[in-house]
Design a protein around this ligand. Sequence first.
Ligand SMILES: [Zn+2]
Length: 234
Amino acid sequence: MCDLCPDVGFSRRLFFRAGAAALAATPLIGTAQAQPARTADTPDAALKLLLEGNARYVANQLRERDFSAGRAARASGQAPFAAILGCADSRVAPELAFDQPPGELFVVRVAGNFVTPDGLGSLEYGAAVLGTKVIMVLGHTSCGAVNATTEAIQKGNTLPGHIADLVRAMKPAIEPALKETGGDLAQRAVIANVRHNVQRLQEDKPILADLVAGGKLRVVGGVYDLPTGKISLV
Ligand SMILES: [Zn+2]
């Protein structure tokens, strides 16, 4: 174990194969001498905390927080229990939706909540070095990026600027949903996009797939319902 990551919880073999030694030599985030205790130490416990936090958010019973308390302590390190791959949508704020304080969630956001190379590297870092126990790919209802991709596939249009890159990247996940029948197409596309990216992360070698196989990490999908704030696993 390195000084940077005393609670990493995976083998040195994997650590070095994954090149995490290089990460330790050039730490990106949180050069801790003393890491704070992790709130959840297993994937199931981490998922439970997320869902319990979301239930408080839905009921509008968020825990009262003093954001200045613990700020100085957090400067020495972090031990987030979960990572979220969420949409950039302004209405879906992970820390609020899961009622979690600073230091608990490692969050990657991009319109359409899909895996990008940079986002993947961030999630690998979160899992392998910071020790996140669960990754949730978090989509939401009425997602503009998903709807734009669906429309672009249907009409064959090209969106301006780099928005076209988003659509291109999301197309493989959403295209199959267009061929299915039943239910609402927009919702089918949101779910298909989440599931596609969950699978992508679960199978990504060497870091995430090995952690999943070893029971150290779970990758799950969720959809946030805009009107109620409730997150359902999909
Ligand atoms: Zn969205």
